[in-house]
Ligand binder design. Structure first.
Ligand SMILES: [Fe+2]
Length: 220
């Protein structure tokens, strides 16, 4: 049995490290306009009953000893406007099916095979950099859909924004109705991210970066 020694302090330390790249002044400011992230349907599987644990680590529920099954992925990005200015205090939610194609939802298919160790849903509130971070699994296909992770961005006084992010290079993408409906290659690229092996990770972790660019102005 594979066991992953998990330490919450180490997780937090790594979360801090990933923020270093944000310190480059003007990294985004010099760009005239970033491609807006397209809205995508929320879909029918936003949890109808939230898990007991809704933190940003979907691999471990509370202090469980057993992690979920799947390819562990550090999923991060920023919530920005088209000028690259960050949104703080944005609640970023993700939800996705487990390794067996089962969602945390009473009407999911494969319910009997659901991985009880996968949180299936997580939340992160952005700070001043607009950055979010989750530890989750690389999404897998289920009948009718190419692999994807659902996102919702919630901000006070703003309409909820939902979208989905896709795995770059997955052969199922071009057969997926929702994905194909995005015609503009630039817009398509904005929701398609590489899942890259983290060099030196002894357990084969992956990293994926997905920025969400909103057609809104951050509050002053
Ligand atoms: Fe879905």
């Amino acid at each position: 049995m594979t066991s992953i020694c998990y330490d919450r302090r180490r997780f937090l330390a790594r979360a801090g490290l990933t923020s270093l790249w944000l310190a480059v002044p003007g990294a985004f400011a010099e760009q005239l306009a970033l491609t807006l992230t397209p809205r995508q349907a929320e879909g029918p599987f936003y949890p109808d009953k939230l898990p007991l644990d809704t933190d940003n680590d979907l691999i471990i529920i509370n202090d469980a000893a057993t992690p979920s099954v799947g390819e562990i992925t550090w999923l991060s990005g920023r919530i920005l406007n088209a000028r690259g200015e960050p949104f703080r205090n944005a609640t970023v939610e993700i939800w996705q099916c487990d390794q067996n194609g089962a969602y945390l939802h009473s009407r999911t298919s494969n319910r009997e095979k659901r991985d009880g160790n996968f949180q299936g849903f997580g939340r992160f509130v952005t700070g001043s950099t607009g950055e979010y971070l989750f530890r989750t699994i690389k999404p897998v296909p289920y009948p009718g859909r190419t692999p994807h992770i659902h996102f919702a961005v919630k901000m006070k006084g703003r309409e909820k924004f939902t979208t989905q992010c896709y795995v770059q290079g997955h052969p199922g993408n071009e057969r997926d109705g929702l994905y194909k409906a995005v015609r503009d290659p630039k817009v398509k690229a904005a929701i398609t991210v590489p899942f890259v092996a983290i060099a030196g990770s002894p357990i084969g972790e992956l990293a994926a970066k997905f920025d969400i660019v909103l057609g809104l102005t951050p509050p002053a």
